[in-house]
Design a protein around this ligand. Structure first.
Ligand SMILES: [Fe+2]
Ligand SMILES: [Fe+2]
Length: 160
């Protein structure tokens, strides 16, 4: 399975294409995230990598892609405060629910993505996956290694 195979790219675009064109999601490009990337690029990479793994394992890849994309949907600057760290998953879930229908699984993925920080436990394997991939991508962001993936994920959203 190639990470950026045509099949993966098409299936990903099909799962999140209605969300990535929406202004509240695109606005995340304006916010610096993890020092070296934008919140949009961070969320898109978390969504894509989680989606490819979920698809490979026959998990709910659509829920993973959509909730992965929306997991940091808030428009405050990161101030490294403990309060924002704890509360932003709830803010993101609330904002996401205004944008689209959220299944209970998608809601749990968003709410628990900061676990063990935060107040919500991952309740399904898809939530554990996004929680883990959020940490992996955060590390890549801080190390300045995520940008080369970002371009490829962006390209996945373009019509073939
Ligand atoms: Fe987050
Ligand atoms: Fe995140």
């Amino acid at each position: 399975m190639h990470l950026f195979s045509l099949e993966n790219r098409k299936a990903f675009a099909y799962s999140v294409g209605d969300l990535t064109v929406q202004a509240p999601v695109r606005r995340l490009r304006q916010f610096v995230h993890h020092r070296r990337t934008s919140r949009y690029d961070h969320a898109l990479l978390v969504a894509y990598l989680s989606f490819v793994l979920a698809r490979k394992w026959n998990w709910d890849s659509r829920a993973v892609a959509r909730a992965g994309l929306l997991h940091d949907l808030f428009w405050q600057e990161c101030d490294n405060s403990w309060s924002l760290c704890i509360h932003h998953p709830e803010m993101a879930a609330e904002n996401a629910a205004r944008l689209t229908y959220l299944s209970p699984k998608e809601e749990n993925i968003i709410l628990s993505h900061m676990w063990p920080a935060g107040r919500h436990l991952p309740r399904c394997r898809e939530a554990w996956l996004v929680d883990m991939m959020d940490n992996v991508v955060a590390l890549l962001d801080y190390l300045g290694l995520s940008c080369r993936w970002n371009r490829q994920v962006e390209a996945a959203l373009l019509p073939c």
